[in-house]
Structures are given as structure tokens and as C-alpha cells.
Design a binder for this molecule. Structure first.
Ligand code: HEM
Length: 512
């Protein structure tokens, strides 16, 4: 053997040994690293037996006081990681967002109900990026003013509804959310039938988030079990909604046809698809999904926030009066607010922030999926871990929000500017990192104009029973992915005859 060949062989062996050692060391360190702390797991079930069927955020919060802000759990064989503080959520979901931005496959939503081309469910990848680009270009902060007129107009209809039939306040709020979604998505509101279908579909989607339904994700054999088994029988119930999804998808074509200028969100996407003959069919399919996603993301969340705000006003008349005083000083009771008033109403801003914090609309945000092994604070976090941000706990951080159960907008006034900014609940109620809600600015603008308008012309207080006694709402929230107040009665009265006059004037203007 020549000397050169021996040297080459020696080098090759050296490189192989070095690589082997590096791999071995990395492998053993990873194996040696512990998983984050969490309640004891048992064979097969993991922690399933300890997880409540509803309001899991409260249990997670209790566990956090024992195990810290990273809690490792297992649902059967699937790893779960609950993040309990904003700081850790930012460390992982924002700073390491390249790893933590996917979504787990959901059997019920995707395979049974048939949600298709839906951004919130898409795994991290090119199709998701395309949807993100679509949503961001349409809903980024800069584009907000283009929709102000529409938001003001639909708010005025809401105000008229409150005057005409105050007891049906929930249906007026839902109508607002649905009308705004339809007009933005397709340039027109959906007809009554499609609205009802959409409402049913959203309700079953929320039900699909319940633990009993997510069992299908954790137990791959479950869909094949006989349907007379209680859990497996749910499959039939969910698959009943496939035709509903189909009907809503098909309705998109009719709506886009009517939007001749293609100026709506979906219309403009169809226009873009038409310019790409090769991918047209697929792009249209994705655009249809984006339109339905817009509805799905807007209606329940906006309704949840506005009804929580009304609840807060009923329970805290002093806050309601203080906000009204501020509004009166700016508007002089002579008109309804518009977006140019926003910078002039700082207390109202605090009130809205406090509503987001007091009753976070999505207490567990939406789960993220980790796409590769990770290591954090000396813990091993395995690939495919489902990460659950406990937004509810973040909103209860007593160091930032003393006496966190109290509804107290002044807490934000009392903070210095820097703290106010870092304590702003909009930093977490809309999710995290690359998956942060792309509609957040638009949603926040809707909430603001509704709050400002309602408070400018209505007094909102406790209803009275037949004996004249005040009825105090429980203030409790219903269980579910999206947190709505338990139904409550309240009294909504115009503040003055001048307020009635203003509302009737708007009624005439809208009819013109
Ligand atoms: C108060 C109202 C709203 C709340 C509280 C809310 C909250 C959220 C949350 C928590 C997420 C999950 C974020 C994450 O995974 O980290 C999300 C995602 C999303 N939201 Fe919103 N949202 C609201 C309104 C809207 C509106 C009006 C739109 C559309 C214009 C919208 C569009 C979306 C979309 C498309 C996603 C999926 C993002 C993704 O998976 O990458 N949302 N939202």
C-alpha cells in the first residue's frame, strides 16, 4: 500500500471516528436530559385520566403552581407541553418559531367534518405560507382604514338592533360578526340559510375541540371501531357536517360571481387564480377555504369578546359610567364615535384591554406542533410534541395584574408606558409567533367601534325580576375552545331622548 493511500485511509477512519463520537455524545446527552416536569403518567393512558373534560386551563394552571411554567403531559402516547407564562411562550413560540409553528392533524375537523384548505389547521409549509400571505396582505394594520366605513356601518345596524329589541342583544352581536365576515370575504352578507349553516358548523367545530372528540387523534384505531361504541358513535355525528361544508364551499362561486369588481377578499383571490391557468383549480379551492376560515375565525371570537364586555358593564356600573363620561367629553352627545376618536379615549382603551384580560376569548389559544427535537432550560422536548399555551394563566399573572379576578381597567392607567405595553393582553390573546392571528388588528377595531358606539348611546345595567329585584349575572363562562359568558339577562336603555334621536337619524341614513 502506498504511503499516500495509507494516509488517506487513516484520515478517513479518523473522520468516521470523530463523527461517531460526536453523534454518540449528542445522542447520550439528549437521552440523559429529563423531560419537563409534570404529573405522574401511567401506562397506556399517560395523563388522560387526570385531565378534566372541560376548562382544562384551570387544571393546567393548578399544575403550574406545582410543576412550574412548563408542564409535560402525555395523552396516550402523544407528548403534550403546556406553557403557562408569556415569557416562556415567547422564548419557544416566538424566538424558536421555525420549530414550533406547525399544527397537529385533527381527525375530526379535517377527516370527519371536512374543513378544507383552512389556514388554522394547515401544517407549517408552503400552502400555509400562501394563506398567511393572503391574510396578511388583506388584514395588516396599514389596510385597516379601508374597512372603517364598513365597520361603522355594521355597528350602526347593531346599535339600531339594540334600540329596537334590546333583549335579543346576542343575536345582534352575532349578526354584526356574520355580516362583517360576509362583506369582507365576499362583498355581501350570507343569506339566512347559509348563515344558519355556518353557525351550526362553527358550533360543531367547537364541540370537536372537546377532549372526547380529540380522542380520535390520539387513538388511531378508534375511527374503525363499531359505531355503537359511545365515543366511536360521535364519528357519525361529525361526518353529518360534510355536506354542510360542501354547500358553503359551492356557495362561494355564486358570491364571487356577484362581486363583479372582485374587490372582496375571496373575489381578489379568484382574480389571482384566474391569472394562473395551470394552478387555477387548486388556487380556487384554497381561496374557498380562506373565505370560510375568515368566517370561522371571526364570528365566535368577536361575539365572545363583545358579550364579555357587556357582562363587565352589567357587573361594574362604575366602569360603564366612567367610560361614558370620557366619551361624552369628546363627542358632546352630538354624534356617534368614529375611528378618528380612538386616540382621544384612553380610558375606553384600558376598558377593552381589561375585557380581553378578564375573560380571554380563547383561554388555551390554539395548539402548536413542534417539528423536531428541542432542548430548553435543560429539558428535552421531543419532536411532535403538541404545545398548549395557557393564555388563561397568562391573564392571571398576579405580578403584572394584582388581584387578577377583579375587573379593573385602571390597572393599565396606573402602569408606566413600558409596563403597559408589555402587559397588553393583545400580546397573548391572539396567539404566538408565526401563527399569531392575522386578523387581530381588524378584530380589535371591530371591538373598539362597537364598545365606543354602545356606550355612547346606551346605559347597560342589571335587569330586574317581577318583584323588582336586581338580577346579577353569575359572571361564569361556558366551557369550550372559545369562551362565552353563560347566557345572562341585562337592561339596555337609551341614555336620553337625544340618543334615540341620533339612532333614528342613523336609521334614516342607512335606509337611503
Ligand atoms: C377577537 C377576535 C379574535 C381572537 C381572540 C382571535 C384569536 C386567535 C388565536 C388565539 C389564534 C391562534 C394563534 C396561534 O396559533 O398561536 C388565531 C388564529 C387565526 N385567526 Fe384569529 N382571532 C380573532 C379574530 C380573527 C379575525 C377577525 C380573523 C380574520 C380576519 C382571524 C383570522 C385568523 C386566522 C386565519 C388564524 C389562523 C392562523 C394560523 O394558523 O397561522 N381571527 N386567532
Amino acid at each position: 500500500m502506498s504511503i499516500i493511500l495509507s494516509i488517506q485511509l487513516g484520515l478517513l477512519v479518523g473522520v468516521i471516528l470523530l463523527a461517531y463520537n460526536l453523534c454518540r455524545r449528542r445522542f447520550t446527552t439528549e437521552r440523559l436530559l429529563p423531560l419537563p416536569p409534570g404529573p405522574k403518567r401511567i401506562p397506556f393512558l399517560g395523563n388522560v385520566h387526570q385531565m378534566p373534560f372541560e376548562r382544562q386551563h384551570i387544571k393546567f394552571s393548578e399544575w403550574a403552581s406545582h410543576y412550574g411554567d412548563l408542564i409535560y403531559l402525555q395523552a396516550f402516547h402523544k407528548p403534550l407541553l403546556v406553557i403557562d407564562t408569556l415569557q416562556t411562550a415567547n422564548e419557544l413560540l416566538e424566538k424558536r418559531s421555525a420549530k414550533y409553528s406547525s399544527r397537529p392533524h385533527t381527525v375530526v375537523l379535517t377527516d370527519f367534518i371536512g374543513w378544507d384548505a383552512t389556514m388554522a389547521l394547515l401544517p407549517y409549509g408552503d400552502t400555509w405560507r400562501m394563506h398567511k400571505k393572503w391574510f396578511l396582505s388583506s388584514f395588516r394594520e396599514k389596510t385597516l382604514p379601508t374597512r372603517y366605513q364598513l365597520q361603522c356601518e355594521e355597528t350602526r345596524r347593531l346599535v339600531i338592533g339594540f334600540l329596537d329589541d334590546p333583549n335579543a342583544y346576542m343575536s345582534h352581536i352575532k349578526r354584526f360578526a356574520s355580516a362583517i365576515s360576509g362583506r369582507v370575504a365576499y362583498g355581501a352578507t350570507l343569506n339566512d340559510r347559509l348563515n344558519r349553516l355556518m353557525e351550526d358548523l362553527l358550533a360543531v367545530t367547537v364541540e370537536a375541540g372537546a377532549i372526547s372528540a380529540t380522542l380520535f387523534d390520539f387513538l388511531p384505531f378508534l375511527p374503525y371501531m363499531p359505531s355503537w361504541l359511545p365515543v366511536a358513535s360521535k364519528k357519525a355525528r361529525f361526518t353529518e357536517y360534510r355536506p354542510v361544508v360542501r354547500e358553503l364551499q359551492m356557495a362561494t362561486y355564486k358570491h364571487v360571481e356577484k362581486d363583479e369588481e372582485r374587490s372582496s377578499f375571496v373575489g381578489s383571490l379568484f382574480e389571482e387564480a384566474a391569472r394562473d391557468e395551470k394552478n387555477r383549480v387548486e388556487l380556487e379551492r384554497q381561496a374557498i377555504g380562506a373565505g370560510i376560515q375568515l368566517f370561522g375565525a371571526t364570528v365566535d371570537t368577536t361575539t365572545a369578546v363583545v358579550s364579555a364586555l357587556l357582562l363587565a358593564m352589567v357587573l361594574h356600573p362604575e366602569v360603564c359610567r366612567k367610560a361614558q363620561k370620557e366619551i361624552d367629553e369628546v363627542l358632546g352627545n352630538s354624534r356617534l364615535p368614529d375611528f378618528s376618536d380612538r386616540p382621544l379615549l384612553p380610558y375606553l382603551e384600558c376598558l377593552i384591554r381589561e375585557t380581553y384580560r378578564w375573560r380571554p376569548p380563547v383561554p388555551l389559544a390554539t395548539v402548536h406542533l413542534l417539528i423536531c427535537d428541542d432542548e430548553y432550560r435543560g429539558y428535552r422536548i421531543p419532536k411532535d410534541t403538541i404545545v398548549i399555551p395557557n393564555v388563561w394563566s397568562m391573564s392571571r399573572n398576579a405580578a403584572l395584574y394584582p388581584d387578577p379576578e377583579r375587573f379593573y381597567p385602571e390597572r393599565f392607567e396606573e402602569m408606566d408606558e413600558l409596563t403597559r405595553d408589555s402587559a397588553d393582553p393583545r400580546r397573548y390573546i391572539f396567539g404566538f409567533g408565526r401563527r399569531t392571528c392575522p386578523g387581530r388588528h381588524f378584530a380589535d377595531a371591530s371591538v373598539w367601534i362597537i364598545a365606543a358606539s354602545l356606550l355612547s348611546v346606551f346605559d347597560i345595567g342589571k335587569a330586574h325580576d317581577a318583584a323588582g329585584q336586581e338580577i346579577t349575572p353569575s359572571g361564569q363562562m361556558e366551557p369550550g375552545l372559545i369562551s362565552h359568558p353563560e347566557p345572562f339577562v341585562c337592561e339596555i336603555r337609551p341614555r336620553s331622548s337625544k340618543a334615540v334621536g341620533l339612532i333614528n337619524q342613523m336609521r334614516e341614513e342607512l335606509a337611503m
